[in-house]
Design a protein around this ligand. Structure first.
Ligand code: SF4
Length: 157
């Protein structure tokens, strides 16, 4: 059986204007290892709160919306990097702009040298990186939760 046939997700939401620039369809992956104090969505920490869904079905739903670009969020998309990279690659090939939110920093991802994580990183157009810090909440209109997080554009190496 193909081990990346499914991804564990909380939800797919369309027409978001708060998860990246413009109008976006957002895949919320289930499971997050960071457990940031003050996380706005602690139910996203546990995979058992999500559902397994066919990766191709996710791609089909994202591509079915001609108006939106694509954001991968969570939870932690890099914890399911193999599935996330397949989704990101297919959507990018179809002309979608890809944002990825992660609790890891770009440097941590590069240092780990995991092939699936690197493939996901290098497919993204924009990376919002770093763990949420409740002592540095960003009160300006922004796509990040705290000011230590960065909104980075490719290239990421
Ligand atoms: S990385 Fe995001 S989803 Fe994960 S615990 Fe931190 S704030 Fe919550």
């Amino acid at each position: 059986m193909n081990p990346v046939a499914t991804a564990c997700i909380l939800d797919i939401r369309h027409d978001s204007v708060v998860d990246g620039a413009g109008l976006r369809s957002v895949v919320f992956f289930a499971g997050c290892p960071h457990h940031c104090p003050g996380c706005h969505n602690p139910e996203s920490w546990h995979e058992e709160n999500g559902r397994q869904i066919d990766v191709q079905a996710i791609i089909d739903e994202l591509l079915d919306n001609p108006l939106t670009n694509v954001t991968l969020s969570g939870g932690e998309p890099f914890s399911q990097a193999r599935a996330a990279k397949i989704i990101a690659t297919a959507c990018k090939k179809a002309g979608k702009d890809i944002w990825v939110f992660t609790g890891w920093t770009k440097e941590e991802l590069l240092e780990r040298e995991d092939p699936d994580e690197l493939a996901l990183l290098f497919t993204a157009d924009t990376l919002v990186d770093g763990r949420f810090d409740q002592n540095q909440i960003d009160t300006t209109p922004s796509f990040r939760g705290s000011t230590n997080q960065r909104i980075l554009s490719r290239p990421f190496s």
